[in-house]
Design a protein around this ligand. Structure first.
Ligand SMILES: [Zn+2]
Length: 177
């Protein structure tokens, strides 16, 4: 899996290297950087849209398109929070469901109780009996913000308070993300 992701990364890097923006001497030099950014973003967007439908389905459900701005723009989040929430969104986390697939864990089951249940993001937020009443508190918060109870919908949220509460919840579980 790691090799596969590396290959995709290499393809993206190769694509960028071979499809650079054509430079134009007509561009006023004070406008060069914004124009270059727009051009690069359009190239990435075009390349992203060219992938087959089932590529990165988890991430596409959270972010259907590539935004010209970073998702954490103007949120004033710490670097650690940005990294942790990004990992949740990518699905590249160390919860047992994922670490088991990478052979880093003996089991994909939740270790907080004896019932065998696969431990992923959805399990911890919506199902895990050992995390009550903290998960109820989180769900009440989603309810007060009119956020639909769906894992991908929750992870696509852009509000600082929601993001910090989700991260705090996962920190409380004791699992690394
Ligand atoms: Zn559990």
């Amino acid at each position: 899996m790691i090799i596969s992701k590396g290959t995709v990364t290499e393809k993206l890097a190769t694509f960028s290297a071979s499809h650079r923006c054509p430079l134009s001497s007509k561009i006023p030099w004070s406008n060069f950087i914004p124009n270059f950014r727009i051009c690069t973003n359009n190239l990435w967007l075009k390349h992203w849209e060219s992938f087959f439908l089932h590529f990165a389905t988890w991430y596409r459900a959270i972010f259907p398109t590539i935004s010209p701005l970073s998702w954490f723009q103007n949120l004033n989040l710490s670097r650690k929070s940005i990294a942790s929430f990004s990992r949740l969104r990518f699905g590249h986390i160390l919860l047992p469901s994922y670490s088991f697939k990478l052979s880093l864990n003996d089991s994909s089951f939740c270790i907080l109780h004896n019932d065998p249940m696969v431990c992923d993001i959805t399990h911890l937020i919506f199902i895990c009996p050992s995390l009550l009443p903290r998960s109820d508190h989180l769900l009440s918060l989603f309810n007060s913000y009119n956020i639909f109870f769906n894992t991908k919908n929750i992870l696509s949220n852009q509000q600082k308070n929601i993001i910090l509460n989700i991260l705090s919840f996962f920190n409380h579980t004791g699992f690394l993300i």
